[in-house]
Write a protein that binds this ligand. Structure first.
Ligand SMILES: C[S@@+](CC[C@H](N)C(=O)[O-])C[C@H]1O[C@@H](n2cnc3c(N)ncnc32)[C@H](O)[C@@H]1O
Length: 340
């Protein structure tokens, strides 16, 4: 079937596929084509592709056989009214499935867990996700089906990360963000990845090979231990220097570098003045915040003012990474330091 196609390098294929699914832009009834180093992903009719995803062309795509069941909720013999309360989406982290449920369905959580275990190929454990808590953003999960530990290996952007769903923060929804930010790194740069978690930014940047050094800092020792395990499996692992430290401990003694990533979105602007001096003249800062949706448009100016109280900065872009709650968005802000 002839359709518009997104043409993307293989390395970014999974991140773009996921973003297309999230945006409802992927034609899920058609097969993805592998063409040497690139993939051709079929666009749904009428979809409006983001320019960041890649170039648009046209291809003939084979049709996929119709799935026997289109959604996991079809596995539950529930009334349509009860099924309507179920979320359409869930997260898959390695062999672990995570789902959030409205309070009305908590009593029936084990039925949902069993349905997901049957629905998601390769899954072995299903957790009820009650969100992240505390400074280390640890996920509060309850086993609702399956067995085994909360440790797993998760594939993203053609890399495999050691993850422990309960001991260190990880979100499979950031795969595209990790790839986009890694793509921006220029030859020879020194990079600080602050609040690095299990290291998805750092490991992706090290794999791509342009950075001269990557220093990855997190306050949670379990996150650094998991990153160490991931790095030990790759020949480029030695390019990352992991450190257990808070940003407050690390920043006062650190030399300015060409690129700084700060991913502690709930604390938002609190860290702007602390990290601004870590960005060398002509360097860049990639900053994350969770903000009310109606403040997104103004946020670039607010952050630029806070950074400029320390050194001259210009905000280059403000992007919504994904919705965070019904009224708030996770945003990524890119800012460049001037020379004066
Ligand atoms: C939202 S997670 C980001 C994880 C990672 N960058 C990613 O993309 O998966 C925030 C991380 O910041 C760490 N953290 C919280 N407060 C911190 C602080 N003051 N200094 C350093 N790390 C901190 C937490 O342990 C957690 O791993």
């Amino acid at each position: 079937m002839r359709r518009r196609a997104l043409l993307v390098p293989r390395a970014r294929g999974e991140a773009v596929r996921r973003a297309m699914v999230d945006a409802g832009a992927l034609a899920v009834d058609l097969e993805i084509l592998a063409e040497g180093d690139q993939l051709a992903l079929p666009l749904r009719d009428g979809a409006d592709p983001s320019p960041e995803w890649g170039a648009v062309g046209e291809r003939d795509f084979p049709e996929l056989p119709a799935p026997v069941r289109s959604e996991f909720r079809d596995l539950l013999g529930w009334t349509e009214e009860a099924k309507a309360l179920l979320p359409r989406s869930f997260d898959v982290v390695g062999e672990i499935v995570l789902i959030r449920l409205p309070v009305e369905l908590e009593e029936r959580r084990f039925e949902v867990g069993e349905a997901l275990l049957r629905f998601v190929p390769g899954s072995r454990l299903v957790g009820l996700d009650r969100g992240v808590e505390g400074a280390e953003r640890l996920r509060q999960v309850e086993r609702i089906a399956g067995a085994g530990s909360w440790q797993t290996r998760h594939r993203e952007n053609h890399l495999e990360f050691d993850v422990d769903v309960r001991r260190a923060y990880f979100s499979p929804r950031l795969a595209r963000e990790h790839a986009l930010v890694a793509d921006e790194v220029r030859e020879g740069e020194h990079v600080y990845d602050l609040c690095c978690g299990v290291g998805p930014f750092s490991v992706t940047i090290a794999r791509d090979g342009r950075a001269r050094s990557v220093t990855a800092v997190d306050a949670n020792p379990a996150a650094i231990e998991l990153m160490d395990r991931t790095l030990a499996r790759y020949p480029f692992g030695g390019r990352v220097s992991p450190r257990v430290a808070t940003v407050e401990e690390f920043a006062p003694h650190a030399k300015p570098v060409e690129r700084v990533i700060v991913n502690l979105p709930r604390e938002g602007i609190k860290y702007a003045t602390l990290v601004a001096p870590l960005v060398a003249p002509r360097g860049s800062l990639q900053y994350y915040e969770v903000v009310p949706r109606d403040e997104v448009a103004q946020r670039g100016n607010v952050v630029e003012r806070a950074l400029s109280s320390v050194a001259p900065f210009r905000v280059r872009s403000v992007r919504v990474v994904h919705p965070y709650s019904p009224s708030r968005d996770l945003i990524g802000i890119a800012a460049d330091r001037g020379t004066t």
